[in-house]
Design a protein around this ligand. Structure first.
Ligand SMILES: [Zn+2]
Length: 470
């Protein structure tokens, strides 16, 4: 097993060497729960779930932690707007988060800690940082981390302290000794939820929660810390600084970051809106198309989100699903092919591209190739053994990435598909009244629009001819 991943801290592809043999301990920064998740939030969820599946496929035991930030300014603002407790907002959107990730087929991590359950541990960590001289109490009861005391600050993000200050990347605040310092504890403002501490009633700053929860659940040093690249600075830089100051040991051994989703500005906003929610995207394009899109580019590169690109992914996903379903309708019993040279070779290739910094675009290209071969072999009436082998590896490779998983059928209903169903209901009424002229007119009109209506003993069905060019 030699898996290579790009470590943001060194900027290099490094061989994954875990602290304990065969075990990967991994922390992924989770959502702040004040709204439904959008496609940008879904990228780390999809990418690191797929990466975890791949690690497991390669024989690792993965211990994964993903937090919920359940106290934050945005949650408090939302709660004030609704006139409810901040906890109600957090609970609501944690439940909605689960709905979305479940419809994406993403498995839960081993632990999903919430900030407010760790306040005592956070207070303890801050006390330790103060006693070690890394943090100080401001005169309003805030506590700040002294960035200059931690000599390696800036190593992860490649930023220099002076550049950050002159570039106004840090908040200037008269309570701080130095503008680069950041808050570990925020004294309460009127009307805000708060917890007791030796310095003031207040709440934890954002960065300290991830340090404390990751170290509590995975140990002082663990293997991989992951998240979106927008978190590198200041969130991960600050997490690293305070964690290493606290324990005197290295924090995460590898930092993995995914690129951002780019939306094509006004073209997007005209038809749909700037932020595309995961549930809207699933409704419009289907789960597999959305996941295919998110894995179609290397995880570190930005990807552009547009209706066109997603529809392209939808067409590509449907082609594979149709091929798999075509085979599965033909053979309704389990089929295990003999493991031959071809299978060994293609599996080795699949592993090779994913071991090389988790190159999902190359892995997906292999899946497409296999599905195409399967379709062609069925057209040509090739022997069962050949079909079985293409089918099985397409399914297995798909499940390793979390796409085209067993049982996937085309059941995504777009608005257009719903309209067709409604039109067919009207046609059914005409048929009941024996008004075949009207019923046939509807059928012909649908045919003109590329929809073939089939009256079968089980009822009326329809098929859509996708404009897919081989
Ligand atoms: Zn975090």
């Amino acid at each position: 097993m030699s898996i290579y991943i790009t470590n943001t801290e060194t900027g290099k592809k490094e061989k994954l060497e875990t602290l304990e043999p065969g075990i990967v301990k991994m922390y992924v920064c989770g959502p702040t729960v004040y709204n439904y998740i959008h496609v940008g939030n879904a990228r780390p969820a999809v990418v690191f779930d797929a990466f975890r599946r791949f690690l497991e496929y390669r024989g690792y035991k993965v211990i994964m932690v993903q937090n919920f930030t359940d106290i934050d300014d945005k949650i408090i603002n939302e709660a004030n707007e609704w006139g409810v407790d901040f906890k109600d907002v957090a609970e609501t959107f944690i439940a909605e988060y689960w709905r979305d990730v479940q419809s994406l087929g993403i498995r839960a991590a081993n632990f999903h800690p919430r900030t407010t359950d760790y306040v005592d541990d956070i207070v303890e960590a801050i006390e330790k940082l103060i006693s070690k001289g890394y943090a100080y109490v401001a005169n309003n009861g805030d506590v700040y981390f002294s960035v200059r005391k931690y000599k390696e600050y800036g190593k992860l993000s490649g930023k220099k302290i002076e550049e950050l200050i002159s570039g106004a990347r840090v908040e200037v605040n008269s309570l701080k000794n130095d503008p680069i310092d950041f808050a570990l504890w925020k004294a309460v403002k009127p009307g805000e939820p708060n917890w007791e501490s030796p310095w003031s009633c207040g709440r934890p700053g954002w960065h300290i929660e991830c340090s404390v929860m990751s170290q509590k659940l995975l140990g002082d040093t663990f293997d991989i810390h992951a998240g979106g690249e927008d978190l590198i600075f200041p969130h991960h830089e600050d997490e690293k600084a305070q964690s290493e100051a606290l324990t005197g040991k290295p924090f995460a051994r590898y930092w993995m970051h995914n690129g951002m989703i780019i939306t094509r500005g006004d073209k997007m906003s005209k038809s749909i809106g700037n932020v595309f929610l995961v549930r809207e995207a699933i409704k419009r394009y289907g789960k597999d198309a959305l996941k295919l899109f998110l894995l179609s580019k290397h995880y570190r590169t930005p990807i552009e989100f547009s209706d066109e690109i997603l529809l392209e992914n939808k067409r590509a996903a449907l082609k594979v699903i149709k091929t798999l379903n075509r085979f599965e309708e033909k053979y309704s019993y389990p089929l295990v092919p003999k493991r031959d040279e071809y299978m060994k070779e293609i599996e080795a290739k699949f592993i090779e591209v994913l071991e090389d910094d988790f190159n999902t675009p190359k892995a997906i290209a292999l899946i497409f190739e296999l599905s195409k071969e399967l379709n062609k072999s069925m057209d040509e009436g090739k022997d069962d053994e050949a079909l079985k082998r293409y089918h099985l590896i397409t399914r297995v490779f798909g499940s390793i990435l979390g796409i085209f998983e067993s049982g996937t059928k085309i059941e995504v209903q777009s608005a257009e598909e719903k309209v067709i169903d409604e039109i067919l209901k009207v046609r059914q009424e005409f048929r009941k009244e024996k008004n075949y002229l009207a019923a046939d007119k509807i059928r012909d009109a649908l045919a003109n629009a590329g929809i073939k209506v089939l009256d079968t003993p089980e009822g009326t069905k329809w098929e859509k001819f996708l404009e897919v060019n081989e």
